[in-house]
Design a binder for this molecule. Structure first.
Ligand code: ADP
Ligand code: GLC
Length: 480
């Protein structure tokens, strides 16, 4: 039995701000249980829903020294859908109404978390063969395994994997502060280790010290070796390219299943979507106060509202697009200027634009089910899950050809009648608008082709099966 520990800052359904939580919450369920004992450890945030906190049971606690601090480390546990979860409890670090706050504070929080996770392992009596770390918040774990945890029989030989879900966020601050909060010596602050210009960089440490590095699509694994996508670490990514793999994300096919989803107005499947799917559209039009018209094309957008998602392209041509026979349904939160931009268009084109500036699992499912197309013109996209959810619900993605969007959406070819969506290559608002208008044309004038495309989209397999096998292979390769 190979023992694997996932370490992350979020995990659905307990706490989620984006796709990372979906991955950490769904992938561990998909490993072959006879061969892999995969467990997950995350912080116990005060802002978690009480429903989950009530299900946790207290396992143990101890006090841990980290530089000048002595901190309580509580360990809670829960078995959920066949997977064992641990939660690190500390009411000082994990307070607040969100998992993240300002960077300086988060750096200290996740230094504490990373050290607490390693210190907790003997206490929970679980010695993983591989610690699988996710994103910058866990970047110090491979470093600590090389540093203060390198001695002593318990930790010796534990392998680590660093998975990059988003290279944009690295956990960076000045060296003196990082030394102080992470408890690392001068030795680690040279440019071949954690030093990044005059700063210390957690993710860089994770990438340098992990035994293997992965990211969440093949294309992104290639892109991050170039300056445009490399976020300053492209040189390091090239240097580590022998140890870098791209493994595309999947989604939870049970949770996202239009045939059984009880959050949507009308269930449907690949057999009956021609008649049934549209009932979700009219129900959503009613719910959101849009013009109720089953024939009108509806385009969805469910997203964190940040630069990454290509929203400035939308800002540029939204007025023009709103002259067409289309409706837009937006769900998201994030940067204020984008929140206000969508509120503005909602005010201006009320019967055709609905801006929902909040977080709602339920509304997201309704949008995936109701829309005809889904817009995701990202500047960069390590993988992207929203387009996979859209495909599953027969909602055709319109995407920019980058990262995982390029790997998972096959563009429509009208001559060969292939494809599962629409795509454009340059980061250019008019190129995007041309592609949206091409999709409108196919929707209105070539309904048979459109429906064939829905059929292919719904039949495409983006469950975890193939990718979980690739991770298993990776664990096997590491453990020899
Ligand atoms: P990222 O991780 O970059 O935010 P992904 O496409 O990988 O992008 O994952 C986004 C996830 O977050 C999807 O599950 C999407 O449905 C969900 N999501 C984003 N914003 C909201 C929101 N406002 N309400 C509900 N779900 C949201
Ligand atoms: C990140 C990326 C997104 C990816 C998700 C899960 O948040 O922005 O593209 O799908 O992580 O890996």
């Amino acid at each position: 039995m190979k023992k694997i520990l996932f370490v992350a800052s979020e995990c659905a359904p307990f706490i989620k701000t984006g796709g990372l939580a979906d991955v950490v919450g769904s992938l561990p369920k998909c490993f072959d249980k006879k061969e892999y004992d995969v467990r997950v450890i995350i912080p116990k945030y005060m802002c978690m829903n009480q429903k989950w906190k009530d299900k946790m049971t207290y396992l143990n606690h101890f006090y841990m020294d980290l530089c000048w601090r002595r901190q309580y480390v509580g360990i809670m546990e829960m078995e959920y859908e066949g997977v064992k979860y641990y939660f690190i409890d500390n009411e000082y670090y994990f307070a607040g109404d969100k998992p993240y706050s300002d960077v300086r504070y988060d750096l200290e929080k996740f230094a504490f978390f990373s050290r607490a996770v390693l210190s907790a392992l003997p206490v929970i009596d679980f010695r993983p063969d591989v610690i699988h770390c996710h994103d910058w918040q866990t970047g110090l774990i491979p470093v600590y395994l090389h540093d203060s945890f390198a001695y002593g029989d318990f930790y010796r030989g534990i392998k680590s994997i660093m998975t990059i879900h988003n290279l944009k966020f690295q956990g960076v601050w000045d060296i003196d502060t990082i030394k102080d909060i992470a408890g690392l010596s001068d030795y680690y602050f040279t440019s071949d280790k954690l030093k990044d210009y005059d700063n210390g960089n957690y993710l860089k440490g994770g990438i340098v010290y992990a035994d293997m590095v992965t990211t969440v699509s093949d294309t992104y694994a290639q892109e991050i070796k170039t300056p445009f996508y490399g976020e300053g670490l492209d040189g390091l990514m090239r240097a580590r390219s022998n140890c870098l793999r791209g493994i595309v994300n999947g989604i939870d096919y049970k949770e996202y299943d239009p045939a059984t989803d009880n959050l949507i107005a009308k269930n449907f499947s690949v057999e009956n979507f021609r008649k049934e799917k549209v009932k979700n559209k009219t129900a959503l039009q009613k719910e959101l106060g849009l013009e109720v018209n089953p024939k009108k094309m509806m385009i969805g957008l469910v997203s964190r509202l940040t630069d990454q998602k290509g929203l400035d392209l939308i800002a540029c041509v939204m007025d023009e697009l709103c002259q067409d026979a289309v409706q837009f349904v937006i769900l998201g939160t994030g940067e204020e200027r984008y929140e206000n931009m969508f509120r503005h268009f909602d005010w201006k084109y009320g019967k055709d634009v609905s801006a929902n500036i909040f977080y709602s699992e339920e509304l997201s499912h309704k949008i995936y089910a109701a829309c005809d197309a889904f817009l995701m013109p990202s500047l960069f996209e390590p993988c992207g899950l929203s387009q996979l959810m859209s495909l599953r619900y027969g909602t055709l993605p319109i995407v920019r050809e980058t990262g995982g969007l390029k790997d998972t959406v096959q563009p429509y070819n009208e001559y060969e009648n292939t494809g599962t969506g629409f795509s454009f290559s340059n980061y250019n608002a008019h190129e995007m608008m041309g592609t949206v208008r091409y999709a409108e044309h196919v929707f209105y004038d070539k309904k048979r082709d459109w429906n064939k495309m829905i059929e292919r989209a719904m039949k495409a397999d983006f469950s975890w099966k193939a990718s979980a096998e690739k991770y298993q292979q990776l664990y096997n390769d590491l453990l020899g």
